[in-house]
Design a protein around this ligand. Sequence first.
Ligand code: NCD
Ligand code: ZN
Length: 344
Amino acid sequence: MTTRLTIRRPDDWHLHLRDGAMMAAVLPYTARQFARAIVMPNLSPPVTTAKAAAAYRERILAALPEGMDFTPLMTAYLTDDTDPDEIAAGFADGTWVAAKLYPAGATTNSSSGVTDIRKIDAVVARMEEIGMPLLAHGEVTHDEVDIFDREARFIDEVAIPLLKRHRALRFVFEHITTKDAAEFVAGGSERIAATITPQHLQINRNAIFKGGINPHAYCLPVAKREEHRLAVRKAATGGSGKFFLGTDSAPHAKSAKESACGCAGIFNAPFALEAYAEVFEEEGALDRLEAFASLDGPRFYRLPANEERITLERVETAVPASLEGGGEPIVPYRAGGRMRWRLA
Ligand code: NCD
Ligand code: ZN
């Protein structure tokens, strides 16, 4: 049995860091494991300008504890009114590396998102031209579509026509949760990739309802049936190179989760790598963890892989029931449970 595993230092290709006191509280958990992270722009108000993204990056770097080494990679939040020149200028000067498509109303702080994909055609055309990746929250939002079908419907209604209109667009299907999305990405060209979260590898939709309503198992896209979880696990561990690590760690205060209208989002940053290691171990694919965590993401983003190494040890670790979240407690993923691995 493998009991120690040394791999290149990984990156997190999908992360919510929030702002202010909460950001300062959660940032060290990510920086402990990951060298870089794609930082989501769904602040309130959202990060729609290069100026706002640059200021946000400065706040992140200022909050980073002494001695920690971490590079935030910023993103633009697309709206119906996004100016292609603004997006292209921020990409050219290195302020941001990608732009995020939130269909309006799809998730936390998405009310300023895109109401109709055709409205951003000029922006997407420019991104295609300059090689800037489009990161999609891949769900349709119409009320008549069942919440468990929203990702699959996004493929036919949005992704396929979009990728036909923009044949060179580099596209990341974020936090995939379905067999449909896994097959779509696996069958697509090299310019299409996907991120996968720990929770969508480890829980199915039963977790949300087991013994009562479990708000800490609720995120968007919502966890699906077991067959989908198994398909997503095969995608992550199969070594195709098109699926890579993106935690979608999305902290909310305990009081905001445990409420009559509990926020969507799972705070998995504290033990994310440990959770992925469990999955790869269970699938007999520990030899592929490094590609998923540390190589395939940089290759897609055209960045060098990290040179440093980290070591995981097969030593049980307890997950606290709650963590300090900058004034209010936050309940982490697998709170009160045990992880089978730990970062040495
Ligand atoms: C995210 C958040 O809280 O910002 N929530 C979530 O459930 N994943 C937004 C998102 O990525 O959908
Ligand atoms: Zn997210």
